[in-house]
Design a protein around this ligand. Structure first.
Ligand SMILES: Cc1cc2nc3c(=O)[nH]c(=O)nc-3n(C[C@H](O)[C@H](O)[C@H](O)COP(=O)(O)OP(=O)(O)OC[C@H]3O[C@@H](n4cnc5c(N)ncnc54)[C@H](O)[C@@H]3O)c2cc1C
Length: 493
């Protein structure tokens, strides 16, 4: 006879959404809580381990940020430019990024609860730092709109802090514990089957919170659901996010939400590994992201530009730019900069592969492009730039090219100061947008559009986004819906 155990709340997963949910359940009064993490202890935490841990949330400006980072050096603090980020700002950013497709009620929940969720994290013991990526002009440091802080220590730092908080609250974490089946039906969930190498067993509870991530690490599910050449995408985060829990729940009768054909895909060093890009030891995030493209041009393997590099600040374009790279011949491209562009890099600490040369034609030869074609692309681009407006790296400056088939809308400056550099880039998939449809209490709905009793979800496993994504909304979503899930799991059961 197989083993059977009982607890009050089961949390599937060991990433940040899972910790948010488990700690929220405990703080709401749950008794025995068990987190089931598929990965071994050395690899626990899913994408959270690789995350930059930046958070986007509504706030009233610099003084509120000081509450989150109380021990900040006063002189440094005075150099920071942090305007307020309002509810209307966040909602407008979500609406624009998702092309109006995001469920408005869930967008409002995310936005309205974002500030409280971040302060709640601080109150339960999570420490914060200011972001290190900014534009420096006239002695002032400018963050991109809506973002200013990340969890201290980055991906691993956040996980270690969450683990200490959870264990301090008596929450049990079981590693090497893949969930291999869900017990229940489309109306009521009763527990899960755990397929540990040491033996299978059933775990029952009145509430199950699914936080098992997206399906980006499964080539089979990428091929099945995502359009384009996603076979050739590199997985920026955990190899354990293979989507089986999402599949079990959909098969059981859970409703699908979000855009199943899309995901967060950003440009990454073409030499990055296929899975799990390395992190900076000091917690400054991922080392192989290539986010400085607004300050140069990007060309495909034919030597031609293929998107508007200056459409908006990178926060609002990077999550769709990887897909644009993927669609190019060979699914790779090159970011081209002169020294003016390189001096503006906000991620100079990133470990990047590049070639350098004193002329564009020589650079083309080094990266295997036709020299006359690349030189022509750069010459045409340079001729289309004008200096009718001041160049301003701190905000969209409207300094655009005119007359090109694909214009650059902001930060258009001639590529004319040698030596020139070419950075080869590929598409890095971060997480998938398709997932479970939840309501404003983080209950999972069934295909009758009714809540499935006993089932809640948070994190990348929920389907929320379409087309694109404003940077740093994933961690905020985890905190908002994880907190709601933990609370609802106790209130309902
Ligand atoms: C390189 C990188 C940088 C990022 N930077 C940021 C950032 O700065 N800000 C931001 O907001 N977002 C960022 N993100 C996105 C963000 O990290 C993710 O959206 C978030 O971590 C997802 O959290 P999650 O808990 O839902 O999933 P994950 O953290 O991926 O956790 C899923 C968990 O489920 C487990 N699991 C999977 N299958 C099973 C199973 N069958 N049984 C049991 N457990 C299972 C996995 O092992 C894992 O522990 C970044 C992501 C990456 C990859």
């Amino acid at each position: 006879m197989s083993r059977r155990e009982e607890c009050d709340v089961i949390v599937i997963g060991g990433g940040s959404a899972a910790f948010d949910a488990a700690v929220s359940a405990r703080k709401s009064g749950a008794g025995r809580i068990i987190m089931l993490e598929k990965a071994p202890e050395a690899e626990y935490g899913g994408n959270a381990r690789y995350s930059g841990t930046g958070f986007r949330f509504t706030h009233s400006g610099a003084e509120e940020m000081r509450e989150l980072v109380p021990d900040v050096d006063e002189e440094y603090f005075r150099s920071l430019n942090i305007p307020p980020y309002t509810r209307e700002d966040f909602l407008a950013d979500l609406d624009r990024m998702t092309q109006g497709c995001m469920d408005r009620t869930l967008a409002e929940t995310l936005v309205n609860e974002s500030n409280a969720a971040v302060h709640w994290m601080k109150d339960v013991g999570i420490r914060w730092e200011f972001l290190k990526e900014h534009a420096k002009v006239g002695g002032k440091l400018y963050f991109e709109r809506g973002i200013a802080v990340h969890v201290a220590g980055g991906g691993v730092g956040q996980l270690e802090q969450w683990r200490a908080v959870a264990e301090g609250l008596g929450i049990e974490i079981r590693f090497n514990s893949p969930v291999s089946a869900i017990h229940g039906n489309m109306h009521r969930i009763e527990g899960v089957r755990v397929c540990a190498a040491s033996g299978e067993y059933d775990l029952h509870a009145r509430a199950v919170i699914a936080c098992a991530g997206g399906f980006q690490a499964s080539p089979e599910m990428r091929a099945r659901y995502l359009s384009g050449n996603t076979d050739f995408a590199k997985v920026r985060g955990s190899k354990h996010d293979t989507g089986e829990v999402l599949r079990y729940l959909i098969e059981l009768g859970a409703l699908a939400g979000g855009q199943w054909q899309s995901g967060h895909m950003s440009p990454i060093d073409a030499a990055a590994p296929d899975f799990e890009t390395p992190q900076h030891a000091d917690g400054r995030g991922n080392t192989q992201s290539r986010y400085d493209y607004p300050f140069g041009i990007s060309v495909n393997n034919l030597g031609q530009r293929f998107f508007d590099e200056g459409e908006a600040q990178h926060s609002f374009t990077y999550a769709k730019t990887g897909r644009a790279v993927l669609a190019q011949p060979g699914s790779t491209a090159f970011q081209i900069y002169d020294q003016k562009g390189i001096r503006l890099h906000r991620y100079p600490h990133h470990k990047a592969t590049f070639e350098e040369a004193t002329t564009i034609a020589e650079l083309a030869g080094k990266i295997g492009l036709a020299p006359e074609v690349l030189a022509n692309t750069v010459n045409e681009f340079n001729a289309a730039c004008s200096d009718d407006r001041p160049f301003d790296p701190t905000r969209p400056d409207g300094r655009c090219t005119r007359g090109l088939a694909i214009n650059k809308s902001n930060w258009a400056a001639p590529i004319d100061e040698p030596p020139f550099r070419a950075y080869p880039v590929a598409c890095g998939i971060t997480f998938t947008f398709g997932g479970l449809k939840v309501n404003t209490r983080a209950q999972v709905l069934n295909t009758m559009h009714e809540p499935i009793r006993g089932l809640y979800a948070s994190g990348d496993i929920i389907g929320l986004f379409f087309h694109n994504y404003p940077s740093f909304t994933g961690q905020t979503r985890n905190a908002v819906f994880g907190r709601l899930a933990g609370r609802s799991a106790v209130e309902d059961n």
